[in-house]
Write a protein that binds this ligand. Structure first.
Ligand code: HEM
Length: 285
């Protein structure tokens, strides 16, 4: 499971940052942004990790160590299961994303394609699987959670690059990030809470201890990220606008902290996606 979760986390982080960076670059298009953001490289990582992830999940599903990379198992899962058919759709979207990122190179178009590939993950999420009649609404909620988290991480990456390159338009870029980021983080928290309510059912006796522990850690780290973002918004960014060099250094540290925590949060989410949220009832029940 560890290898599958690491590959899934790689997929999530790369696709989320392509979406977030592409969208934020579009929002700051009139400013002098960072020179080159590796959207194509990250799109390629997203495509490769999706393929690898499918092979590993198929191996887990078929449960046959020898048939792990056997073509018939892959073909069977790809064509005969909802998960497999969704995988084929997603590979199509990711392939188009790579073409758009390499040929067109417009951040908006790249961000839009990444948004579609990212949002489609909601259809095979735990929340959709537990949503019953409302599965599509829960899939949309999961998609909103992923898009908001992606905007946050991708936007931070662009700001980190602007800080390193000492871009003169950092202050207006931070202002735009604050405006859009506040909405994104608020929606992220609401969607995450609804996600948790959909997945973790009322019967507390059946909660999986492992799942709840990992979810608990994820929420604690998310709260620390939000605290850092609030410090940036209300204290560090206004100080940067006054030209303070100390504030610039502080921003570099808090942005690095948020990015590092964000990657760990996504890693925990990748594990959660592979863990059963509820323990199985015993035969006596
Ligand atoms: C209070 C804040 C948050 C709550 C309550 C929350 C809750 C959740 C829940 C319950 C899930 C579903 C896990 C599963 O598949 O079983 C989830 C998934 C996820 N969360 Fe969060 N989360 C929060 C913040 C964040 C943050 C800050 C990030 C990243 C920056 C993030 C990124 C993700 C990702 C990438 C997934 C995977 C979605 C998928 O596989 O479809 N979350 N979250």
């Amino acid at each position: 499971m560890t290898a599958s979760a690491l590959i899934r986390a790689t997929h999530l982080v790369s696709l989320m940052t392509v979406f977030g960076a592409g969208t934020y670059l579009f929002l700051i298009r009139r400013l002098s942004g960072p020179g080159r953001v590796p959207l194509l490289a990250m799109s390629l990582v997203a495509l490769a990790s999706a393929l690898l992830s499918f092979v590993l999940v198929t191996a887990n599903m078929t449960g046959d160590g020898h048939g792990t990379f056997a073509w018939p198992s892959l073909e069977l899962v790809a064509t005969q299961s909802f998960f497999g058919r969704m995988f084929l759709v997603r590979i199509g979207l990711l392939a188009i994303l790579v073409v758009v990122a390499s040929a067109w190179r417009r951040p908006a178009a790249t961000g839009l394609m990444a948004a579609m590939a990212l949002a489609s993950l909601g259809l095979t999420s735990h929340a959709a699987a537990n949503g019953g009649r409302h599965w599509l609404a829960f899939a949309a909620n999961d998609a909103a959670h992923l898009l908001c988290a992606g905007f946050w991480l991708g936007g931070l990456m662009v700001i980190a690059l602007m800080l390193r390159q000492r871009k003169p338009d950092l202050v207006p870029a931070l202002r735009i990030f604050s405006t859009w980021g506040t909405g994104a983080v608020a929606l992220l928290v609401v969607a995450g809470t609804l996600n948790a309510l959909a997945i973790v059912q009322a019967d507390a006796a059946r909660w999986s201890f492992d799942y709840m522990t990992v979810l608990g850690f994820k929420i604690v780290l998310a709260v620390i990220m939000i605290a850092l973002a609030l410090a940036n918004r209300f204290s560090v960014s206004p100080a940067i606008a006054t030209g303070s060099e100390t504030a610039r250094n502080e921003l570099a540290w808090t942005v690095a902290g948020e990015l590092g925590l964000g990657i760990v949060v996504v890693l925990l989410a990748a594990f959660l996606g592979m863990m059963p949220p509820m323990s199985m009832p015993t035969p006596m029940e």
